[in-house]
Design a binder for this molecule. Structure first.
Ligand code: FAD
Length: 454
């Protein structure tokens, strides 16, 4: 049975008599998915069929073709997997809330189950659906290991405040996933094969943000990437993950973002490995940092603007508002990697061409945007705009927190005061130079992008 603490009901309606709908959101997988498991549990209890619906909008919060293509290919794999489980899959096209309400009404659903997602635009849609339905809308936290509302009941200050809570709760929530059963009760309505060409044709996303082929989408590919990380890169994770010239990171973020793999599964597999510093630092990022990011977006309505920063950070940035900026760049200049700093330009190019900037460079990149734009508000909105447009893992709580950490000191502490940054932690070109061979990074990004190898 799915732990009831993972579930919240967004309205106060009673369960009806028809099928159960799993309205799939950010947990786009069949295995290790608490939302789908809960939907199946409900269907079994009332002896009704189960159906999965992914409502596909033509545009979605600045997502480009790259992110749509990653998601759609993953959904194609889901269609095949669900067939084997006797569960029909529908991908209606258009306005998400309207589609879900219409589907539930047409099929006389008994209840709708969906995924927890702290982004305000998703929560608004979920609430609108909950208010219109005549049946319950259950939100299940299938993304975090510990449900966001259980990990903490308030906005946490930093990693050190949430870490003990998470570690105390892990024994209860880092549990094995039961297998999804073959659905006993048949769907009696029509369930035509999905026309993926039609799905792709409906998308109005920016086609200049092209799909990438260095990373394959879907559940199978996600598990392969995880295995590959354990064999080839985990052993140097603790020592080399801050060197953009080295392959030490897991590359799991696009899969975690789209839910192609459960963080719980990754943590279970990693926990079974022999003890090492690398394993501990990987689990710290995957669990504490990642769940702290969800906490920030869930409890802070200003997660994407200046008002979301700590009071000390707002004060210090305000005090340095009028400081002279030596360089000022427009959105176009930033987007086209046309700054005086070749290291920054390489990072920007890495993101626009591959869809994944190295973690160390993400921090440097965002901090320079604070230095080169007229004010912190502009800096944050430009960083979020570019991050969401080009990163495969964009539009994620980790991204909003990454930008707010870099520009607004969120989850960080005050540092020595300096121009523009005030007491926000500073990062410099020379600092990067002392940490890794920056010329090798610049050359490799430039060479690969010129040869079109991405
Ligand atoms: P690994 O180092 O292998 O880490 C494994 C997992 O741990 C990651 O997939 C991620 O889920 C989590 N993790 C790692 N670092 C962090 C972190 N600092 N905060 C929270 N969780 C973390 N991450 C995104 O997923 N999407 C974004 O859009 C995003 N934008 C960022 C923007 C800026 C300015 C900064 C500073 C950071 C951003 N991050 C973002 C966080 C981090 O850079 C990426 O999660 C990480 O680089 C992804 O690569 P990986 O999966 O190979 O990471």
């Amino acid at each position: 049975m799915v732990n009831p603490k993972r579930i919240k009901q967004l309205n106060s309606k009673a369960i009806g008599k028809g099928p159960i709908i799993y309205w799939m959101g950010r947990d786009q997988r069949i295995n290790d998915n608490w939302s789908l498991l809960y939907a199946q549990e409900l269907a079994k209890t009332i002896n009704q069929p189960l159906v999965v619906v992914f409502a596909m909008p033509p545009t979605f919060e600045n997502a480009g073709l790259r992110q749509y293509e990653f998601a759609i290919s993953g959904l194609e794999e889901i269609e095949k997997g669900l067939q084997k489980k006797n569960i029909p899959f529908f991908v209606p096209l258009g306005d998400v809330a309207e589609l879900v309400i219409e589907f539930a009404k047409t099929h006389k659903a008994a209840a709708v189950v969906t995924d927890q997602n702290p982004m305000h635009y998703v929560r608004a849609t979920q609430q609108a659906v909950a208010d219109s339905l005549e049946v319950p809308l259950f939100v299940v936290d299938a993304h975090n290991i510990i449900p966001v509302w259980v990990a903490s009941d308030k906005l946490e200050f930093a990693a050190y405040t949430i870490r003990p809570k998470i570690h105390r709760l892990l024994p209860e929530f880092l549990e094995n996933f039961p297998e999804l059963q073959k659905q006993a009760m048949n769907w009696t309505g029509e369930a035509p094969a999905i026309n993926w060409q039609e799905v792709r044709a409906s998308i109005k996303a920016d086609s200049k943000v092209t799909a990438v082929d260095w990373i394959k989408p879907g559940e199978k590919a996600a598990h392969k990437m995880l295995e590959n990380f354990f064999v080839e890169r985990l052993q140097v994770y603790a020592t080399d993950r801050n060197d953009p010239n080295k392959q030490a990171q897991s590359n799991l973020s696009p899969y975690l973002h789209f839910g192609h793999i459960a963080a719980g599964r990754v943590a279970l597999e990693a926990s079974s490995l022999p003890e090492s510093e690398a394993k501990d630092s990987f689990l710290e990022e995957l669990i504490v940092r990642k769940e702290l990011a969800d906490n920030f977006c869930y409890y802070n309505p200003n997660y994407d603007n200046f008002n979301g920063f700590h009071a000390w950070a707002q004060k210090t940035l305000n005090e340095h508002r009028e400081d002279e900026r030596q360089y000022l760049y427009t959105r176009r200049e930033l987007e086209d990697a046309q700054t005086h700093d070749e290291l920054w330009n390489a990072a920007q190019l890495e993101m626009t061409t591959t869809g994944k900037m190295h973690n160390y460079m993400r921090m440097y990149w965002a901090k320079k945007i604070l230095e080169w734009t007229p004010d912190p508000e502009t800096a944050l909105s430009e960083a979020i705009y570019l991050n969401d447009k080009y990163e495969l893992d964009g539009r994620d709580p980790n991204g909003y927190v990454g930008c707010a950490w870099s520009i607004g000191g969120v989850h960080d502490r005050a540092w020595g005061e300096r121009e523009i940054f005030g007491k926000i932690r500073f990062m410099s070109y020379n600092g990067a130079k002392s940490k890794f061979k920056i010329q090798n990074y610049i050359d490799s990004i430039n060479a690969l992008s010129k040869r079109g190898l991405f």
